[in-house]
Design a protein around this ligand. Structure first.
Ligand code: C5P
Length: 410
């Protein structure tokens, strides 16, 4: 058996809180606990009352070498099990298996057992590994709860497809213990001080929406919030890169260590980005740039008349295509937001704009796209594509920057 140590994650001295809920997949929690113990971690198990029907506290206590916690206090002697100190003790809280019921309670803040009160007080990263029947998993109520949790920063290890306890086959089977252990190992590695793997690299990120003036009062723009681009800029800086963030109007704070250049129109964004590109190692084109701008902006506020109003628009310059044409050995990453024929359109942009890879969002995917804190993307390069599950924009940024790091430090 491979331990997570073999996957490069030494967990010596790390504190993992393992939450077990009432699912048939609870038997896999025993294996998970063993993997972590073998890798040197201390594991404290918290169970819901129902979970005891699926795996015995004796099994889990023996494997974790600690008494199991289920109730708010010990009925024998009245000793209080403090969910607050449990939350403080843990470096990571992993709820595996997580039932539809527990996910729903987590999403709404119900606190009727120790596992849930501990979730509400936890200050550490929280990971859930859902396990349920395929229809329960696919149900919009469960999917919405998962989106709510992801938006709050809860990390989700997606279930796999296969035979389920019900005898049906589909998505809902809890991820394998090895997979969860590797995910948590990576996460704990990442929550340590980030390694400055991009030190000495200069990156540009464009983010947010541009604003094209019609007159001094009105403008043409779009719904981009800038969150995805800001998350990428922050992640690049956290890994030591020198980052210039060319930003349209947003309400977001500048990420630590990032140099921000504010622009309004597509033309201003073009100027600022092209200028910075000369001395950069690469650029991530995350901004939602207007494709058309009023031919001329009126200097005074347009008066309304009785009839229709026509505004003549002209094309703006495509910043990404311009950088693609002059890129040389630099790295160029693009975004595509599509509503139909998503992959084909993204692949065509990848080639046309000379991107190294492109991040595809589909507005058809729930939880993806504008404004929200989650995203569901597919990374496409000239060799193929990788579809990522729904995750927080911060996590998507980490995955994108992992790729950038791989390409820049080859
Ligand atoms: O062609 P489309 O606008 O869908 O391409 C999207 C990609 O091109 C994004 O990476 C976006 O930031 C970039 N882009 C740009 N300048 C434009 C239009 C798009 O940099 N004028």
């Amino acid at each position: 058996m491979t331990s997570p140590t073999a996957a490069g994650h030494d967990l010596a001295g790390r504190h993992i809180l393992l939450g077990i809920t009432g699912s048939i997949a609870a038997y896999k929690a025993a294996m998970l606990c063993r993997l972590w113990k073998t890798a040197g971690a201390e594991v404290q198990v918290v169970m819901t009352p129902l979970a005891k029907q699926f795996i015995t506290p004796l099994t889990m206590a023996t494997l974790s070498k600690r008494p199991i916690l289920v109730e708010f206090f010990d009925p024998e002697n009245g000793a209080w099990n403090s969910h607050v100190s449990l939350g403080e003790w843990a470096d990571c809280y992993v709820i595996a298996p997580a039932t539809a019921n527990t996910l729903a309670k987590m999403a709404t803040g119900v606190a009727d057992n120790l596992l849930l009160t501990t979730y509400l007080s936890a200050r550490c990263p929280v990971v859930v590994a859902p396990a349920m029947d395929l229809d329960m998993y696919a149900h919009e109520a469960t999917q919405q709860n998962l989106r709510t949790l992801a938006a709050r920063g809860v990390r989700i290890v997606e279930p796999g497809e296969g035979e389920l306890a019900s005898g049906l086959s589909g998505k809902g089977r809890m991820a394998e213990p090895q997979q969860i252990a590797e995910y948590v190992g990576r996460l704990l590695g990442e929550t340590d001080e980030k390694k400055k793997t991009l030190a000495g690299k200069r990156m540009i990120v464009t983010a947010g929406a541009t604003i094209e003036a019609i007159d001094p009062v009105r403008f043409i723009s779009n719904h981009s919030s800038g969150k995805m681009g800001y998350a990428i800029a922050g992640e690049l800086a956290a890994r030591g890169a020198e980052v210039t963030l060319v930003s349209g109007r947003t309400a977001l704070p500048t990420p630590p260590g990032v140099e921000r250049v504010d622009v309004l129109s597509a033309a201003e964004m073009y100027e600022a980005t092209v200028k910075a590109f000369d001395r950069a190692d690469g650029a991530v084109m995350c901004a939602a740039v207007a494709d058309y701008t009023p031919e001329s902006a009126s200097e005074t506020k347009l008066k309304k008349g009785d009839g229709e109003l026509f505004i003549r628009l002209r094309r703006t310059q495509d910043i990404a295509a311009e950088l693609g044409a002059r890129k040389g050995g630099r790295l160029l990453v693009g975004f595509a937001l599509e509503t139909n024929d998503e992959k084909a359109h993204a692949q065509s942009k990848l080639r046309r704009k000379n991107f190294d890879f492109i991040v595809l969002n589909s507005l058809r995917d729930a939880g993806a796209g504008f404004r929200g804190d989650t995203n569901k993307v597919t990374l496409i390069d000239h060799a193929g594509s990788e579809e990522l599950p729904l995750m927080s924009k911060r996590e998507v940024a980490e995955r994108i920057v992992d790729r950038i790091e791989g390409l820049l430090t080859r």
